[in-house]
Design a protein around this ligand. Sequence first.
Ligand SMILES: [Zn+2]
Length: 416
Amino acid sequence: MTAVPGADDLVVPPPLAEAAARVRAAAPGVAQAQIDFLAGLIERRSYTGEEGPAVEHTLAEMEASGLSDVRASSAGDALATVGDGRHRVLYDAHLDHNEIADEDEWPHPPLQPTVDGGRMYGLGAADCKGGVAAIVYGARLAAELSLAGECTIVVQGSTLEEDAEGFAMRNLVEVDGFAVPDAVLIAEATDLTLRRGHRGRCEVKVRVRGTAAHASTPELGENAILAMRPVLDALEAMTPSLPDDPVLGGGTQVVTMIASPRTPNTVPSWCEATIDRRLTPGETAESVLAGIAAAVEPLGATATIPVQTISSWTGVELSGPAFFPGWLLAEDDPLVAAGRLTCAALWGEPPPVEVWQFSTNGTYSAGVAGIPTLGFGPMEERYAHTPQDQVDLAKLLDAAMFYALFPLAYTHIRDG
Ligand SMILES: [Zn+2]
């Protein structure tokens, strides 16, 4: 056994070290095909709910990669399987991306994949098409080299994440009857480190009522916008007492939108503020609403969490509360150990284990369903949702190597 420097609890068993050597030897042979697949994904614009062409492209690549049970879910996620062992692991990366902003600031046209200096530039490269190329090619290597161990690996190019993270995964489990996996790996941006959680988020609508009157006689009405002023102050005053988490950081709460009737010559009869609340693990829709209600109800306002409805490209309507829980996997969870062991076997050293700033599909897998969830991806968080959208191609291949070897490391951790 090889002890890993700087991590004396981590010992790479010889069969895993041997498998890692095979992965390292085989990976360069698929590098160009992986780059071509990613380029094809970037060419296919896939705004949330419009992922059809990118899903078809992913399904075709899964077929060509020798994966089994290639199919689409009812919401139109691309799915394929490797192995048939007793440990069920889901690899997830989403195919939808943010809309193009500031197009003239992009160094290359957003939908024209461009390789420059060992990096591929293009819309969605960093969030999250690089992740899709990593997991599909990890699965391909695992299939070619027979590395599934005692795992059934399901690879998912998912949909609808940017607007409603977790909705597609909930639909897969709760509507399509997909068997709940033992573990979920999410290939969002981690720059080849491991991530074990993030804060959650929630949208709250706070509303006050007034009485309409002609704006020429305001004394006959009750102005709802003016009534909102102390409500906003009360919401702002809550910030210092929001729940804190020593790892993820504190909760935050900010007013992001204000609405009222669109009639410039009427005293407004209602005013509605939209609140973005960031959550620590353990907060529930009920606990968030109770806290806000206690602050605003004495001022005559009501608080609700809106229901969000979204349509998939296949025409399925998914809806649920705009509440996306936070989550944090224990540092000593076997899934973290398997992730560290995979990196140690491939590169001699486990990477840091950190948390994400942004929200992911882990909000459902870990936050709602309680499935151990871990992040690992080749992309860098700072390029997501920016005109510098890109992924390092060497890291892209490294991430495929990680996903190829992970099943054996997970088997070793689970079964000894
Ligand atoms: Zn993402």
